[in-house]
Write a protein that binds this ligand. Sequence first.
Ligand SMILES: *Cc1c(COP(=O)(O)O)cnc(C)c1O
Length: 361
Amino acid sequence: MSNLDPENWDDYRQQAHALLDACIDRLASAREHPWQPLPEAVRASYALDGMARGEGALAVELAESVLPHGTGNTHPRFWGWVHGTGLASGVMAEMVAATMNANLGGRAHGAVEIERAVIEWTRGVMGFPEGASGVFVTGTSQATVIALASARVAVMPEVRARGQGAVPLTAYAGAGAHNAARKAMELLGMGHDALRLIPEGPQGMDLHALAQRIEADRDAGRQPFAVIGTAGSVDLGRFDDLNALADLARAQGLWLHIDGAFGAWTRLAGAPWRRLSDGIGRADSLACDFHKWMFVPYDCGLVLIRDEAAHRAAFAARPAYLAAQSAGLGGGEPWFCDYGVDLSRGNRALKAWSAISRAWG
Ligand SMILES: *Cc1c(COP(=O)(O)O)cnc(C)c1O
């Protein structure tokens, strides 16, 4: 073999067409395929143990040994609470994304503009102001880290250079808030004890208890910096009163982040569901997942940040090898690598764009 291309493009084409047919057959017949345990022999066949590998056509192995053994969530009777079912449009989008092999970290190319278009559409749906920024991420877990890191830099600009030290920052969330908030606090070095869990009623966080807790922390010399509201809790489907939370956050001078992993999409629903997320556009940051109630194939999450400058302040870093150019492939500012942890980024936005452009275009 003289290079990394298939030895014979005609053979590759034939295999790939057969595999695409197998994928479409699988999607079309999802009703006949509930989840099943992975047979031991199939599991054993996955091992990459040298000489045993590389036999036979890849397309056949993918179709026969890999394709049938998913999580069962593509079945139309899969009624997962938050887990999306995937969309046929995702197969087309992922095929094109793999072919383009674009790095969405930045630079001037079409894939970046697709991501911008989806962020712009979502910004409008959620009622965020023009100029708000966003970046696609794996999901709400990563989005929460990015949002809280931005919130912290907003109150502690020196944290990137010197770390948080002993400054006792505190954040607040309802007792039913997703574990992602806790993990984000741990990853950012604040520790999850600094995330105060506030008792909840049917209308979400008890705002009186929240105000009291903030006051008690201030009295004890701590520095409250963020409130995390929930639009659709993962266990009970609870929504905080987002307008009331936005009022409280503004009065207290706190950053309001909203976990809208699945529930943010009530913005697209009619009455009475839409009003559950009223006020969501007043947040400073929002996490939502296209892989949940938007049914886009995994993984596909998004973080929106109201103040682009705060977002950039938390993540922008451009060494010489990433210097921007005024024209050509090195142009295309702003670059998504300045909005999050990742420099190299895949094309998650294309599968979201493919879904939205045909459903809501
Ligand atoms: C799924 C979910 C998360 C975590 O999001 P990932 O996309 O799995 O990272 C956080 N909060 C809520 C409410 C969720 O449903």
